[in-house]
Write a protein that binds this ligand. Structure first.
Ligand SMILES: CC(C)(COP(=O)(O)OP(=O)(O)OC[C@H]1O[C@@H](n2cnc3c(N)ncnc32)[C@H](O)[C@@H]1OP(=O)(O)O)[C@@H](O)C(=O)NCCC(=O)NCCS
Length: 378
């Protein structure tokens, strides 16, 4: 008993548990494609709306299809006043906790919550894509005792997100950068949150449950929380000259350098370079290039670790961009979630289509045949 030979795959490292038609990742070569399209082309040439359509429908839309999709997104941004009341009640919690609770609460108000058909789930995913930025920004206003900014149907997804920060229409270049950030975060294969969403969908739970699960799993510092921690790190480093000592100290204490390393990429994360350019340009534009210089110095200090496959990842640059845009640090992970809703949705749909309960085994290594002793005699 208990001594049979079993192969344990801790962390499910290197295990393919299913097939997908959505996102291709080649970790050795640093390749990422959504539906066969290079992330580089999408980041440079597409928009978040178009990329979300691509992920959800499997093909790039024509003009009429994109207009229709965008129209639905723009008209679905409002959230019920009862959800706003819930947000008000828990306004002092971390924005990720508020987001998780609010998305869960939205299920009570969605007319199709229990409809798990492909079409209804797709519609719910599109609604959630539109509603999640409103949740995040409404909470941000409410916790400052301000009235939430009403979403603006005249603006794109990224522009409206920035607009809800303070009610001013953002310039085109910052909108483009935010849009790019959402594109880069839209899906990423079987990462922890998408896998968890699939486990949830595997039990035939509804989309709101699966996305609530995804948000919960994303909140951890090893996953979405990294961008927030990179910002904390950059503030602690304080100047480029101090980066080397700071990094050496962290590594000596066996701590992780945030924004580096990846379970799948052993080459540079292909998303990172797009945001690197963004931080550099934004820093110059805002007359505040110091953050970028610290990031570059941390990268230089981490160069020797490239040999071990530890490269910069997408979260390394994202945090400083958000900071330069005036976004509070604790909203960095929710921004990741905003970008990821189409990805979680399509993965739930894929899971439903060829559903199987995700139920691996645990190899028991404890004791057996112990004698039960009544409580009086213990
Ligand atoms: C993302 C992450 C959890 C992936 O980890 P993983 O695939 O489980 O890799 P492991 O934890 O097994 O690490 C393998 C080795 O690399 C080292 N390593 C990995 N990431 C590191 C980092 N960011 N800083 C320093 N060392 C790191 C580990 O210490 C370990 O070294 P060891 O073999 O001497 O013990 C990990 O790289 C990490 O914690 N990164 C920082 C957080 C982050 O940026 N997350 C965002 C990911 S997009």
């Amino acid at each position: 008993m208990g001594d049979e030979k079993v192969n344990i795959h801790r962390g499910l490292v290197g295990i393919h548990f299913d097939r997908t038609q959505t996102t291709y990742i080649n970790g050795k070569q640093g390749i990422l494609e959504y539906r066969g399209y290079s992330i580089h082309d999408l980041a440079e040439k597409s928009t978040f709306e178009e990329t979300a359509y691509l992920l959800l429908h499997g093909n790039l839309p024509n003009k009429a299809q994109l207009d229709e999709f965008d129209k639905i997104l723009r008209s679905s941004r409002k959230i019920p006043s009862k959800v706003l009341k819930i947000i008000e009640t828990i306004k002092s919690a971390h924005p990720m906790d508020v987001l998780r609770t609010a998305v869960s609460a939205l299920s009570a108000f969605d007319k199709e919550t229990d409809d798990k058909s492909y079409e209804a789930t797709l519609r719910k995913g599109i609604r959630l894509t539109a509603q999640v930025p409103t949740i995040v920004m409404s909470h941000n206003a409410i916790r400052q005792n301000k009235k939430p900014v009403t979403p603006n149907p005249e603006l794109s997804h990224a522009a409206n997100f920035l607009y809800m920060l303070d009610g001013s229409i953002p310039p085109e270049n910052t909108t483009k950068l935010m849009d790019k950030d959402f594109i880069l975060h839209a899906d990423h294969g079987s990462n922890a949150s998408a896998f968890a969403a699939r486990v949830c969908a595997g039990t035939q739970a509804d989309l709101h449950s699966a996305i609530t699960t995804g948000i919960s799993v994303l909140s951890g510092p090893s996953h979405g929380g990294a961008a927030e921690n990179v910002m904390k790190m950059v503030k602690e480093v304080r100047s480029p000259e101090k980066a080397k000592d700071y990094v050496t100290n962290l590594l000596r204490n066996k701590e992780r350098v945030m924004g580096f390393g990846h379970r799948v990429y052993k080459a540079e994360d292909p998303r990172a370079g797009h945001l690197k350019e963004g931080v550099e340009a934004l820093g110059k534009e805002k007359g505040d290039p110091g953050w970028y210089e610290i990031l570059v110095a941390v990268m230089d200090a981490m160069k020797p670790y490239q040999r071990r496959g530890i490269h910069v990842n997408v979260d390394f640059f994202a945090g400083v961009i958000y900071h330069l845009l005036g976004i509070p640090t604790d909203l960095f992970v929710p921004i990741f979630a905003i970008g990821r809703i189409p990805g979680w949705t399509i993965q739930v749909l894929e899971q439903y289509e060829h559903n199987i309960l995700l139920r691996p085994l645990l190899h028991y290594t404890g004791e057996h045949e112990k004698q039960y002793i009544s409580i009086e005699k213990r």
